[in-house]
Design a binder for this molecule. Structure first.
Ligand code: SF4
Length: 290
């Protein structure tokens, strides 16, 4: 590969941290258009949109919490994982020095910050070798406030009357939105996974957050549930930053995987409006960003 991997990843981080993807900027503009301009919700949306523009113009982070960092790397046969890891870690250290990223990696026992966003499982890496002859690196920055609003349910859940079916799934997702009450900087995006074990369910839910505004599930039943839940959550009236309003969720993305007959997990990965993720693709000498 003749591409300078570290430089390409550094640019991926810069773009992700400072420029909201047009799909999500449109989602926020659509939500703003539903509110009275002089209402609290209207004012919050205007501030968010102005902030997005300023961040892009100045190449400055969209939010002061640049989040925890996860890289999903798909690579062709013959690739070496340690080469990707080393280049990505170097890019993360550089990006922290350039202040695209705030130092967010803290030792869980001592509380000491490493100051460069590296440490044990920081960043988080997921590797997958695929049959394509190109490299795809997907990058997610997830703010701590939004991570705190995520949840995992084991259903049936008698507390909220959720059974082991899609009606039960609907109930737990609404419950998670109610519990959040606008914390984690609403309006947000709900990535929902059904099935698997606890760990795979949480991972699968988070991966749904790479989907784009308006991208419905290919499963008609799940696509229908996504639309229902979007209406359900938006009818709660929580609104942007919890100030009240018509939009509390920008999107709901649901996916399902097989499960053990005795288990039924539903994981909800919640992401704030500052949806900073991006994709870098390297094919020969060609580098593209999305
Ligand atoms: S939840 Fe999102 S928008 Fe709010 S402070 Fe954290 S990263 Fe920023």
């Amino acid at each position: 590969m003749s591409v300078d991997l570290k430089s390409a990843v550094l640019e991926l981080i810069r773009r992700s941290s400072t420029s909201l993807h047009p799909s999500w900027e449109r989602a926020i503009a659509d939500a703003a258009g539903k509110e009275d301009k002089d209402s609290s919700a209207g004012t919050v949306f205007s501030t968010i949109l102005e902030n997005i523009k300023l961040a892009r113009d100045k190449s400055a982070p969209i939010c002061q919490d640049t989040g925890s960092l996860t890289f999903y790397v798909d690579y062709p046969a013959g690739g070496r994982e340690s080469n990707y890891t080393n280049a990505i870690i170097d890019a993360v250290i550089d990006a922290t020095g350039k202040q695209y990223l705030r130092p967010n990696a803290v030792d869980s026992i001592t509380g000491k910050n490493t100051e460069d966003n590296t440490g044990v499982n920081a960043p988080v890496f997921y590797y997958h070798q695929w049959d394509k002859n190109e490299v795809r690196i997907r990058f997610m920055q997830k703010g701590g406030g939004s991570e705190n609003c995520g949840a995992q349910y084991r259903i049936p859940d008698s507390r909220i009357g959720a059974g082991r079916d899609l009606k039960g799934v609907r109930k737990v997702v609404i419950d998670a939105a109610q519990q959040a009450q606008g914390q984690g900087c609403a309006p947000g995006i709900f990535g929902v996974a059904i099935g698997g074990d606890r760990a795979s369910c949480a991972k699968f839910a988070k991966e749904q957050l790479f989907r784009k505004y308006g991208e419905r599930s290919s499963d008609p039943e799940l696509a229908k549930l996504e639309k229902q839940l979007l209406d359900d959550i938006n009818s709660l009236g929580i609104g942007p930053m919890g100030f009240g309003g018509k939009t509390s969720a920008l999107e709901v993305f649901i996916a399902s995987q097989h499960r053990h007959p005795a288990t039924y997990y539903v994981s909800i990965a919640y992401l704030c409006w500052a949806n900073r993720n991006g994709t870098l693709t390297i094919n020969g000498d060609k580098v593209t960003y999305d």
